[in-house]
Design a protein around this ligand. Sequence first.
Ligand code: OSB
Ligand code: MG
Length: 369
Amino acid sequence: MQISRAVLREVPLELREYFEISSGGIKARRVLLLTLEGDGFKGWSECVAGEVPGYSYETTDTAWHVLTRWLLPALVGTHTDDARRLHPASWLRGHPMARATVEMAGWDLEAKRRRVPLATLLGGAGTKAVSVGVSIGIQNSDDALLRKVDGYLEEGYRKIKIKIKPGRDVEMLRVVRDRFPEAPVMADANSAYRLPDDLSRLRELDDFGLMMIEQPLSYEDMLEHAELQRSIDTPVCLDESVRSPEDARLALHLEAGQIVNIKPGRVGGLASSTAIHDLCLGSGWPVWCGGMLESGIGRAHNVALATLPGFTLPGDISDSKRYWAEDVVEPEFEMTDGWMPVPEGPGIGVSPRLERIEALTVRKEIFAA
Ligand code: OSB
Ligand code: MG
C-alpha cells in the first residue's frame, strides 16, 4: 500500500471547564488531527501535545513543525505492507508526541484495511468495555472539589483522580477522605514535589488509603521516585517519567514505583505502549491508560489500548461530555456504571464528523504523493 496523502489540521476546541494541574491551567485546547490515506482507507489520529510546554517540552506548535517539516514529507509517497510500522525520519530524536501522531494514524489505517477493530489488532481479547475514571483539576475551594467528587461518584466513575500541588494537598485530601471514606481516590502531582524537603508531606498521604500517588517528583528523576517508594506505603505511579520501553525497564529495575500510567502520545505510539504494557505485565505491575484531554479521536485510541489484559486499573477515559459541549466524533463516548464500551467497528470504530472538523479548522496542510 502506498501512503498517498496526509492531512494535518489544527482544530480549536473549548473545554467545558478550565482544567488546572500543578504547572498551570487550560481552557482553550488547540488540537491537531491527522489523517493518513492509503488503499482507499483513512487512518485518523490526534496529537496530544499541550498548548504550553508544562507537561512535556512538546507543544501544539513544536508538533506542527516536526510533523510538517520532517515526518509527513518523509512519509507520503512511501510504500508499506503494514501501516503499524511507519517510521518516517527515524533519525529524528525526541518529539514522541509528534511521532506518535503518525504511528497511531497508521494503526487505525491498518485496522481499517484489515476490517478489524483497533482493539483486536492491538491484542485486546474481545473485551467489550473498559473500566474508567475521571481526573479532576485543582479546584479553588474544598467545597467545589467535594461537589465534583460527589457528582462523579454518582455517575459511576471507578477512579477519582485529584490533582494536587504544594498548598493544595494533604488538608484538601483529608476533607475528601472524611466525606468519602471508601471512595477509590488517587492523587496526581505532575512533578510538583522534591526530596528530601517534601518527604514528610508525601508520607502524610499514607493515612488516606489512596489507590496511588501519580508522578509526585521530577519527570527526570527515576532514582528519587525509587527512594520515595521505599519510604511511603502509597503506591507510586509513574506518568511523565516513562517515555519509552527503556524508561519502563529502568523503572521496573529500580522499583521506582508500582504502577505505570501509559499514554500512547507520551511514549511515541501504540507499539511502544504495548511494549511497556508487556514489560509491566511480566513484572506484576498493573498499568492503566492515561488521558491528555483528548477529543473523541484520541480517546478512541485510548479505549482500544485499554483492552489489553494488563490494564487492570480504570483509565483516565471519561465521557465526551465531561470535556466538550460537542465532540468531533459520532457516536460520542458515554460510559455506563464506570464501563466505557469499546467501539465495534473497524479501526477506531467511531466516525470523525468531517464537516464539523472542517468548519472548525484554523490551519491545514496537505501532503500528496
Ligand atoms: O497528568 O494525567 C495527567 C491532562 C493534561 C496533562 C496531564 C494530565 C492530564 C490529565 C487529564 O490528568 C486526564 C483526562 O484526559 O481525562
Ligand atoms: Mg499524570
